[in-house]
Design a binder for this molecule. Structure first.
Ligand SMILES: Nc1ncnc2c1ncn2[C@@H]1O[C@H](COP(=O)(O)OP(=O)(O)OP(=O)(O)O)[C@@H](O)[C@H]1O
Ligand SMILES: [Mg+2]
Length: 383
């Protein structure tokens, strides 16, 4: 059974009266890989610093294993941190970098014990045989692994990682994502990971915590967050989304652009205005006569696995991902299965995201179109 290890209860952080974390409620389980995900300035590092004990919340409590630890200093928490700028000791070799913390322990460990623990750790991070290498002679990814070994050799219950792969190139990041996941499983401890990269968060985590403006927007598995985003911010931040206005006619039926679509969602008021998310990969292109809506392709980009096409439905531009060629200028029909439509409550983020008009050269035309009242029920099916 999952066991709670850390809990933030009503944690608020203000600097000079400016609130940067607002009433954070977060429970983190033992052996969980949990990721704090959100744009720059949303409060990820501040949350991590509160867990690590480097920062005291302005109000609220932090619990570790059920014990309130607000006043426990960092070195007395069973938590270690790997920062983005991992300062390795450049005058020491790999072995001595990893051994450093162990040599500080009281009561002192024997030489043999230190050596055994360092070698075991280097094996786990795939740096066996690198003991006597100068750290400056290592690649970025290897240096990062030394930093991780140095933190893990002290056997913390929790490792905090603040954008640890930020400095690495894309290829190396992907390799290190797999490595980190493997290391976490090998060590069987809790990782709390910070990133602004949604792909990274989805690939590595058991649980993703999406933050914006100092507020937790959603907590869930990667699948939950992707398939059932709570609001337009989450839908937009996680992957590509078309987000359009809709009206929930009844359970399982939503009206979009004046047309009724079947969906799987229920529990809304009759005729409740809602935000509707349609992922680009969930739209099928069909003949115009068979389309639920018809539109005009305005832009085509080849992406290797698929084409990204922008389709204009009388002014509102959608992104559709398809393996079929539909050249710019083509009239197409679209079909969406009920499970490709996801309904969200209106929120403060409604209307802010999900429009792909800026992808298109016809941005100016769109601005004109949106001024005309008859364009409000878009889609040119009635032509
Ligand atoms: N010591 C401080 N004094 C004043 N403001 C601070 C302090 N630390 C953080 N902040 C502010 O709190 C907000 C959240 O900062 P935080 O570092 O937690 O963001 P972040 O999500 O980690 O962003 P990034 O992705 O850029 O690292 C920011 O507006 C930041 O300027
Ligand atoms: Mg940060």
């Amino acid at each position: 059974m999952a066991k709670e290890l850390i809990r933030l209860s009503g944690c608020t952080m203000a600097f000079d009266g400016e609130v940067v974390l607002n009433n954070i409620e977060l429970s983190i389980n033992d052996k969980e890989f949990l990721t704090l995900l959100g744009p720059s300035g949303c409060g990820k590092t501040t949350t991590l610093r509160i867990i690590g004990g480097f920062q005291k919340p302005t109000s609220g409590d932090v619990f570790f294993d059920g014990v309130r630890i607000n006043d426990v200093p960092p070195h007395k928490r069973s938590v270690n941190t790997v920062f983005q700028k991992y300062a390795l000791f450049t005058h020491l070799d790999v072995f001595e970098n990893v051994a450093f913390g162990l040599r500080m322990l009281k009561p002192a460990l024997s030489k043999g014990e230190i050596s055994a623990r360092v070698l075991e750790m280097l094996e786990i991070v795939s740096l066996k045989g690198f003991e006597r290498r100068e750290v400056i002679s290592l690649s970025g990814g290897q240096q990062q692994r030394v930093a991780i070994a140095r933190a893990l050799v002290l056997r913390p219950k929790v490792l905090l990682l603040d954008e640890p792969l930020g400095a690495l190139d894309l290829r190396l990041r992907k390799d290190m994502q797999n490595e980190l996941k493997r290391i976490q499983q090998a060590m069987d401890i809790t990782f709390i990971y910070v990133t602004h990269d949604q792909e990274e968060a989805l690939a590595m985590s058991d649980t993703v915590v999406v933050m914006d403006g100092g507020v937790i927007q959603q907590i869930g598995t990667p699948e939950d967050i992707y398939n059932e985003p709570k609001n337009a911010f989450v839908a937009d931040f996680i992957g590509e989304s078309n987000i359009v206005d809709g009206i929930m006619k009844q359970d399982g039926v939503v009206e979009i652009f004046g047309r009724e679509f079947k969906c799987l969602d229920a529990g809304f008021e009759p005729n409740e205005p809602v935000d509707v998310v349609i992922r680009p990969e969930d739209v099928d292109i069909v003949a115009t006569k068979d389309g639920m809506l018809t539109g005009t392709v305005t832009n085509v980009t080849f992406k290797g696995m698929q084409y990204d096409i922008i389709v204009d439905f009388k002014g509102f531009k959608w992104l559709i991902q398809t393996t079929d060629i539909s050249p710019a200028g083509a009239k197409i029909g679209i079909h969406i299965e009920p499970d490709g439509i996801h309904i969200m409550k209106k929120s403060d983020y409604s209307g802010m995201f999900g429009d792909y008009s800026s992808y298109s050269a016809e941005y100016d035309d769109l601005e004109d179109a949106s001024l005309e009242p008859e364009e409000e029920t878009a889609g040119d099916y009635d032509e």
